[in-house]
Design a binder for this molecule. Structure first.
Ligand SMILES: Cc1cc2nc3c(=O)[nH]c(=O)nc-3n(C[C@H](O)[C@H](O)[C@H](O)COP(=O)(O)O)c2cc1C
Length: 229
């Protein structure tokens, strides 16, 4: 299915046309549009109205320097200690298979063989440049936050992703940014005792990029729900 570049008029359209966009055009996002999305996202609910988030919004020169540093460090192969691991250790079924399938479907789309480790690493480094998006956001929070506040962060990013669709924009949520504290600490004013929770690329999706034709599979509703009458 081709990437929809239309402006979504309904929540349903926004949700159905949202994907994790992994190739952006270099078209800048107008400042007022970006501010409107982020301002409206502040209406996101959070337990106890804690609003446990800090947004670091990068464009222009800062973003360019941030990306260059992150890309160089990524390609150096020297991993850093992530603020949180992306997944639980020894991921179990059915999640393990879902994760595997996502990788397989994505590499199929872009023509990288699953056993071509080098090509995969080079591709993964696209994370480090926010998939070439003109806006990169890092969301930080206090290290003392607990699971319920991490849920609040999830709600916030979903708000941003849906509002972006309303403006004809696409997004990529990126846990990737938990892996590079030396980069985020160098460029951002992160409060003492705070850490990176998630990042996000925002921009105009490239409708001609094969990777953006990936529609990640989902479980059937009945596989994950029980209805009680
Ligand atoms: C919190 C969160 C973090 C994610 N981090 C990354 C990431 O670092 N890199 C990436 O390519 N995709 C990332 N994803 C995208 C997921 O792989 C994607 O949401 C999932 O495969 C479903 O595909 P879809 O978003 O295209 O519907 C992340 C998604 C979420 C919700």
């Amino acid at each position: 299915m081709a990437l929809s570049t239309d402006k979504a008029g309904r929540v349903t359209d926004a949700l159905n046309s949202r994907i994790t966009c992994r190739a952006f055009l270099d078209t800048p996002v107008p400042k007022d549009v970006l501010e409107r999305i982020l301002q409206t996202s502040m209406r996101s609910p959070s337990g106890g109205n804690l609003q446990p988030w800090k947004l670091h919004v990068m464009t222009g020169e800062t973003l360019a320097e941030f990306k260059a540093d992150a890309k160089a460090k990524t390609l150096s192969g020297n991993m850093e200690e992530p603020s949180h691991p992306a997944y639980p250790a020894n991921l179990w079924e059915p999640h393990r298979s879902w994760r595997y399938k996502l990788g397989q479907d994505m590499y199929d789309k872009i023509g990288i063989a699953r056993d071509d480790k080098m090509a995969r690493m080079v591709w993964l480094a696209n994370n480090a440049v926010f998939f070439d998006a003109p806006v990169g956001i890092i969301i930080t929070g206090d290290q003392r936050l607990e699971m319920p506040q991490h849920m609040d962060i999830g709600i916030l990013i979903q708000s941003i992703m849906l509002l972006a669709r309303e403006e004809g924009l696409h997004t990529a949520p990126q846990g990737w940014w938990r892996n590079w504290p030396s980069v985020t600490n160098k460029f951002l004013s992160i409060d003492e005792g705070h850490e990176v929770l998630v990042g996000m690329a925002i921009g105009y999706g490239d409708p001609l990029a094969n990777v953006n034709n990936l529609i990640a599979d989902r479980a059937n509703l009945l596989e994950v729900s029980t209805f009680y009458d």
